[in-house]
Design a protein around this ligand. Sequence first.
Ligand SMILES: [Zn+2]
Length: 478
Amino acid sequence: MKSMISSTFIVAFLIALLVCAHAIAGAEPGRFRAGAAAGIVTPPLGISINGGFTDRLARHIHDELHARCLVLDDGKTRLAIVVCDSCMIPREVTDAAKALIAQRSGIPADRVLISATHTHTGPTCTPVFQSDPDKEYQQFVAVRIADAVQRAVNNLAPAQIAWGVGKEPNQVFNRRWRMKTGTVLADPFGGTNDLVKMNPPVESPDLFEPAGPTDPDVSILAVQTPEGKPIAVLANYSLHYVGTSRGEDISADYFGAFCDRIQQLLGADRQDPPFVALLSNGTSGDINNINFRKQQPAKGPYEQINLVADAVAREVHRVYRGLEFRDGVALGVAQKEIKLGVRLPNEADLVRAEQILAQAKGRELRGYEEVFARETVLMKDYPREVPVILQIMRVGDLGIAAIPCEVFAEIGLAIKAQSPFKPTFTIELANGYNGYLPTPAQHKFGGYETWRARSSYLEVEASTKILETVMELFGRVK
Ligand SMILES: [Zn+2]
């Protein structure tokens, strides 16, 4: 009996030693692995297109949509980052994808980051303005995201990693403008107290100055094989989208064109397994590609998309060539759900909205006043508070914050400045969708992004609370 106990003890001790040895080995150089994959999420023709005030139906597919995935594994922690060609993906869909991923690939939900690029020529996945999602497509996207993660896991192989930051200041413009004194700015709720105008007329004599900054950074995270063959590049740039005049096309916008272009510049075409590029959206809630000071020459429907994709890809390529790859780094993930208040309509708002809608009955809604009246009515039964999911990832000294909103650029700049990780970047529209995220000061300015709707409803102090939580999460993994 006594010898049995001691032999059991010795076996347990040996197992414990082996487990420890394995854990230590996991942190050793050479044990770092990466895998990537991209799967098609193009919808059938006839589907509702997201991104406008009125709904459009897809009549043509210009280029395929993808769910692009990068999986990193340091021997202890495995994490997945997915960038999907979509305008926005709601929490139900990202949660469904994460449940499938956990079940199939064994990666826990809190170690998976799923974001939307914000192409405005993608199928409706989230109900916004007069566009409603197709349930079947939502399920399809969740499955295809989980497939991409599974395929990236299947492709895991020893890897080296590097990161860097470049600049492309010429393709980002703040789209919220302070106008000259005397310019009356009406909101759709009957008020005339807005101090800024979104997308004012180009070269308007009433332009005073942009209401906020831009963020010119192009951040990149790259993985390659130990022999130096590119596996994947994840880039991050703070630009809403570019857009095409062909509003009934399905297209991945410049996000897809960038992935194509960087693959070409890196000479990574037709590799086995295929090279994967990912372009995540930074903090671009108030940023677009329109130079309001100077009218640009007219262009073909996809010319500007290709021009911007080329400019960003060239900058990524320039930074890439100077990267110093290392054999392995420590990975970390932290996540927290916070409750944020909702800017609910009051009784008077509802009465006014119902009156406007009664007048427009039986036809498609036109103009801001009617569209926002419908939003007001749709928000009647919203809860007083909603859960908002925040997540951070640490890749060596690089920090990544994930926020489920269309985040204003100045919030991204504050996260970069305050983060203990240098460099840091933010991926917006990640892990769900909670509308625009202006700062409290920008709420005072008013303007489209602050107007109450299903696409802008978080409390005025939301950005302050989100910034605090992101810093708390970075502190946990530092
Ligand atoms: Zn948007």
